[in-house]
Design a protein around this ligand. Sequence first.
Ligand code: 0RA
Length: 640
Amino acid sequence: MSQESEYGAGQIQVLEGLEAVRKRPAMYIGSTDSRGLHHLVYEVVDNSIDEALAGHCDDITVTIHEDGSVSVADDGRGIPVDTHDEYDRPALEVILTVLHAGGKFDNKSYQVSGGLHGVGVSVVNALSSRLEVEVKRDGGVFEHAFEAGEPVGDMERVRDADPDEGTGTTIRFWPDTDIFEGDDFAFSTLSNRLRELAFLNSGVRISLRDERAEDGPTEETYEYQGGIREFVEYLNETRSAMHEDIIYFDDDDQNIEVEVAMQATEELQGSIHAFANNINTREGGSHLTGFKTALTRCVNDYANENGLLGDIEENLKGEDIREGLTAVISIKHPDPQFEGQTKTKLGNSEVRGIVESAMHQGLGTYFEEHPDTAEAIVTKAVEAAKARKAARKAEELTRRKSALESTSLPGKLADCQTKDPEKAELFIAEGDSAGGSAKQARNPEFQAVLPIKGKILNVEKHRLDRVLENDEIRNMITAIGAGIGDEFNVEDVRYKKIIMATDADVDGAHIRTLMLTFFYRHMRPLLEGGYVYATQPPLYRVRYRGETYDAMTEAERDEIIEEKCDGNPTRVQRFKGLGEMNPEQLWETTMNPENRILKQITIEDAAAADKMFSVLMGDAVEPRKQFIKEHAPEAEWIDI
Ligand code: 0RA
């Protein structure tokens, strides 16, 4: 894009070496599982986003290649290639081989760097069996390659750049499979994050290309001129909005950029997402606190000034006002402090007041200019407050007490002997017959079984008081033992593996989604802690010469028949559902920790999860059909 080059190699400072990264990868990228693997991509993309934020790049393309590598190409200024004074090596090589040598030491451009990633591309290099980089700048095309972080040969100027080629950087890396559990990049995981980045950085065009499919490459492009306004629109696609426009304002005070977009809906479930320097601050922090405080005050001020509170005697509570509200708060700070268990809580205390006054100003003006919307928002909050009070009055509290505090466990629960949550597992089994088999099949030492009747209540559509009236849900709450909603305390869980045992058919998927919606809306720390799993029972069992082989798919079955049974198996059995397996089969295929396959359900991305639940469980039919059509080919669609 831009040709200027005021930032040469000289400014790039040097800190430490890369052996440390290969020795302790988790210290740098969090983990070496699938999450860590995907962080490699984010790390490279973050550098391109930084170029975009500095105003030098507007196009980023991420490609998942057939051979398990990923490349990230941008049209930024290109990584500097001139000689680095201190190292007497090309800056490009220094940036890729020296930790923290990103060369972004001026606070003028916001770095995405922070608590989660932002450790620098050198970390990606250290954790890749191979990395290739191509830079176009200074009129030339330069190439360099690395293996396990070490340069292979010297950087080379391979040719002159065409004047109309512009400048840019392409980094392609092959994750080191000695370090990572695999190189299986998930399109949906990458697309969720890249879409989010495109929303958060309006005007940047991000494409994701997948070259692995047999029927040709697929490509999606995300570009949102409207930025987080379009993010809110997207989140509300299936919700019915109370006003057509998206409330939006921004502010730039003390070099801290604040952006807020919001829209009130008729729904019960709100969806508020806060970001700091493009990082999803799931644990909240000062920006979210400022937002909430100002929102509560603005709405109460408006309600009081206009006499709208009626027979409600006190002010509206924040939770009344936030019912059904969708909002995205995005701040960009030159020196963000990330705190909390997962380093996703914004600590900078000055941000609170800045967001608060921006909100007060922005929302105050909006209310003045849109009195009808302001009144509708107050009326909805008053309703929520009344419902909250009525529910309390109508013995909600006592019901909660008996549901949550009673020491007696549900009669249907076959509990396990161990009281150690680390070891204990709870199987929530669909239907009485699967539940019955599971009770016989289990190892009672550490496996508990709770059968539930088919379809549980859709919690997306009911307030907490109704949710608590549902027997199946009350049984789950009591069995898990950690409360619900605001009172949920993840430290009290009685089992650290909560396993949804549902059939591999459409009904099973529906029940699993209902359960997940419940966990997501009312016991979210359970999902955040990684305590929720789904069984993956095999579909086929093949026997041959006294051996037993299980297959998850038809293709796998055929492969077993060919390779293990010389094309002539003794018996091929198809399992229709868990209820049809005898206890011994159920133990062998689904419950025995030695053989079973469990899928851990995690929430990488709260906005994507929220969207998924509102699409799947909400009223709008068309978007749901569309969503299912788009996701149906992925057997793993429940992965949020
Ligand atoms: C250091 C300094 C400059 C740009 C970059 C790094 C840079 C890094 C990456 C990584 C991926 N894409 C990138 N684009 C740029 C500034 C160079 C200048 O002043 O011209």
